[in-house]
Design a protein around this ligand. Structure first.
Ligand code: RTP
Ligand code: MG
Length: 136
């Protein structure tokens, strides 16, 4: 079943020069394609929309501060079972729990600075794609 998902390469990934490495892993999956891509610095309003479900949690303010600390790469990736697939490529939220071979497992150590965001369901994907690529 072909799907679309919203992926963000977080500011730590951009700062550390990992854009190519991470996009390479996504592009290497058979049949997946990137159909929209933009480098941009996120403002507070966009971040409040995107991470609204976490408002009030202890990690919310530091998360938003981190996500605004530098440019991110936002993209739409399309393909077979891509929603679950990119989440699997990324690995669990906490990089220390993420297996080697996953993006977070290979490159992360800090929960907040875990390199990549990917929509967690079809519903989230539709909501998040509208925030970042309203024209798509
Ligand atoms: P994401 O939404 O970014 O794809 O990550 P996720 O589903 O794996 O994790 P989620 O629970 O949605 O949390 C969103 C992001 O908040 C940061 N976080 N910090 N305890 C903490 O300090 C903490 N917990 C979460 C991470 O950047 C996480 O990806
Ligand atoms: Mg999430």
């Amino acid at each position: 079943m072909s799907q679309r998902t919203l992926v963000l390469l977080k500011p730590d990934a951009v700062r550390r020069g990992l854009i190519g490495e991470i996009i390479g892993r996504i592009e290497a999956k058979a049949g997946w394609t990137i159909s929209a891509l933009e480098l941009r610095t996120l403002d507070q309003a966009t971040l409040e929309q995107h991470y609204g479900e976490h408002r009030g949690k202890p990690f919310y303010e530091p998360l938003v501060g981190f996500m605004a600390s530098g440019p991110v790469v936002a993209m739409i990736v399309e393909g077979e079972r891509v929603i679950e697939g990119v989440r699997r490529l990324a690995g669990p939220t906490d990089p220390i729990e993420a297996a080697p071979g996953s993006i977070r497992g290979d490159f992360g150590t800090i929960v907040r600075e875990n390199l990549i965001h990917a929509s967690d369901s079809e519903e989230s994907a539709i909501r998040e794609m509208k925030i970042f690529f309203p024209e798509a």
